[in-house]
Structures are given as C-alpha cells and as structure tokens.
Design a protein around this ligand. Sequence first.
Ligand code: HEC
Length: 446
Amino acid sequence: MFNMLWAVALVIATRSVAADAVPASVTFHKDVLPILQKNCQTCHRPGEAGPMSFLTYETTRPWAKAIKEAVRLRKMPPWFADPKIGHFVNDRSLRQSDVDTLAKWADGGAPRGNPKDAPPPVEWPKGWHIQPDVIVEGPAYGVPANPKNNVVEWITVTVPSGFTTDTWITSVEIRPEYPEVTHHICLGFNPHTPDVKYFVPYWKDKERGEDGSALPNKGPTFTGGGGVKPGLRAAEDCYVPGNVAIDYRPLHAAKLVPAGSDITLNLHYTPNGKAVTDHVRIGFTIAKEAPERRYLSFLRQATTDPKRFAIPPNDPNWACPPVEVTFARNVELVFMMPHMHARGKDMTYTLEYPDGRKEAILHVPRYDFNWQIGYETSIPVPKGTKLRVDAHFDNSVNNPSNPDPNRTVYYGEMTWEEMMAPFFSVVVDRDADPKNILAGPRPPSN
Ligand code: HEC
C-alpha cells in the first residue's frame, strides 16, 4: 500500500515538472509548431516583417540552427525589457523551456514527427489586424533606390481625416505597403488650417557634412514629431515593425478626435536599393458610444540644445540629461516606448512618488535601434508623481551600429544623429481635461 501511494505521488510530481520541461523527444508537429504559432508566426509568415515563413515544416526546417541561435541569444522574438523590472501586458519573451525545446529540436536533426500531432493552423487575419470601420487614404511616397548619402529626410504630410463630428476612436492601424523600407510612420491629429496643402510632402533638407550628418552649427530643426511647423502634432500613434496596431479597447478607453481634424503623418523611410512607391492607409475602429475612459499619448524629448546634447567622440556611456514630467492628477500609465538612434544604449523609466519612493518601471539594458518596441503596462500613478527617464549612449567602437565613433553627435532626425525621445501614454476619466494631465507649460498631446 505504502509503495503504491509513493508511486502515485512520484508520478504526480514528475507530471508537474514535465509541464514546464522539455519533452524527451522533440518533433516539429508536436512540440515546435505550437511555440512558433504562439510567438513567431505573427511576423514570420508571408507579407509580414519577418524575412522567412514559419508556417510549415518545409519552410521552417532550413532555419532550425538559426532559430536555435536566435532564441538562445534572445535576439528573437524581439523583446528587450529587463525581465526583473516591471510587468508588461504584451510581454512576448520566450519561457526558458521553450528556448530549450527549440534548441533540442535543432540539435536532434529537426525531425518532422507525425502531422497528426500538429495543432490546427492559426487563422491569421488577412490584411488588416484590426477590422477598421473607417479607412483613410494616406500619402503615396516614392522611396528612391539609392539617394545621396542614403538620406531620405523625415517627411511630414497632412491628409484630411474625413471626421465631420467629434469621434472616439478605439483603435488605429497604420499600414505601409512596403514594410521592408519603412522605419516608422507616426501620426497626430491637428485642427484644420486654411494654409494646409493636403498630400504635399514637406521636409527640410538640412546642411550636411561629407558623411551626411547635419552640421551642428545650424542647430537642430526638430520640433516635436518631426513636423516643420512648430506645434504640429505628428507622433501620437506609430507604426513600427512588430507594433502594427494600437488598440484602446482592452483598456475600456478611446481617443477623442475633434471634428474636422487633419491627420499629419511623419514618415521615415530607409532605402534598400530598390525604388518603390509606398501607399499608406490608416484604419480606425470607432466607438458606438462615448467610452468610460480617455487615452492620451505623450512624447517628451530631452534637450535639443547642441550645448547640452553633444555626445563626445568615443564615449562608451554618455548620460543624457533626463526627461522629467510630473503628473498633475491621478492617471493609469499604460504604455512606454523608448526612442533613440544607432548610439542609443539603454533607457530607464522611473516613477518618483510623492512619498519619496522610487520605482523603476521599465529598463531596456541593450537598446536596439531596429526595434522600436512599445511596452504595455498598467500602473496606477497618483497625482504629484514624477516620471523620470534616463538614457545612455554608446559612441565607442564597441557599438557595432555606430557609424562613426570619432565625431561629436548632436540631436537630429537622421539615424546617424541622435535622439532621446521617450513616449508614454495614460488613461484617465473620459471628462478629464487633457491640458491638466502634466504639470508645467508644455502643450499636451491628444
Ligand atoms: C515582431 C516580429 C517578429 C517576431 C515576433 C519574431 N521575429 Fe524573427 N525576425 C523578424 C525580423 C523582422 C527578422 C529580420 C532580421 C531583423 O530585422 O532583426 C527576423 C529574423 C529572424 C531570424 C533570422 C536570423 C537572425 O538572427 O537574423 C530567425 C532565425 C528568427 N527571426 C527566428 C524567430 C523565432 C524563432 C521567433 C519566435 C520565437 C521569431 N523570430 C519571432 C521579426 C520577428
């Protein structure tokens, strides 16, 4: 009797361990495909940002060794938050047991296994990720194959929103036609002014040195979102690879777009040797009735003053002057997105509560310029709390993305200039005045 109980206990114990452990024999259909479906196929299928498809055994098999490397080094899936700090709703990092399963599959010769063991295929949405109620035609921009210095300046274009009444939008999706040359597309809502010329791209060619970098004595021209008109909002919601749609519905929130607003887009293309014309479309879902809560997006930048924002040559760890804002009312902090360029090294968001307590809420220890990832969270922030964002830059030869460690780097829009621009979003009561969310004189975002 005793022996039997012992045996049962042993089986139960082994089972509970096995739930999170690597199976003895690993096959594609039984063990690997479920991991790919859950963590990889969102990008790795035809028409998406991932350069190869992981839908079938045939297309995945040649990449077995590369998959093992990519997940072991935590290069894939792209997710760069320090797991010890904060908690993120959209955390897509792999469990260690999944990493081990993929590695074991590659080491075992990447066997197919029995197709009967496979989970049913995921029904991925065709085209749009959201089901838009309204589609707004954005600009079409000709991206050259090989422009001078390989520079396409950030472009600002305004298009009509078509919203004739105040509209609560519940999600936004910005769809470039050619993700492979699209570094980012952001948009903002602005009141219509008579001088606006729709669909006319506007940019400012700056004076440039031999290497294509903006000459510092001319000073930075960045105005908050890349717009050439000061005060124009063009960076409230962004398309970046891996972050295609912004959905406020899970937060029981919506964003208010005033009647007659124009949509100003800020586009950054990175030419890849093939000329294309990128047609951009913007999809919205619309609230049927006023939502419980209001979603507000903010972008605050570190100083653009060339006297204070100047990264010395060969400095491996330059500390940027921090961004600091104080909340003038209770909010729920729901989103953070670090933004820097090729020399960006790390970024940390810290809350400093009115009682003096400090809490790091996001730490990205190895910032990767190629991945502008947004981190979704849910943090109740009391009135009087300060949000402080710190960042370091690596202008040394140790930084493999550094185009030139021997020059001083100033604030600017191109990828070899630098930028320290933390995004964050909050949710507040529907009737809260957006001008009174942050203390101080800076203008609010929508
Ligand atoms: C958010 C989109 C996205 C997700 C999710 C994603 N990938 Fe990728 N993956 C990419 C892109 C884009 C590239 C092209 C290289 C780059 O831009 O870094 C890539 C490249 C790769 C490569 C090529 C080798 C390399 O290191 O460049 C491998 C292997 C890979 N991914 C495996 C995976 C696996 C396995 C998963 C899931 C566990 C995954 N990826 C999840 C977008 C994604």
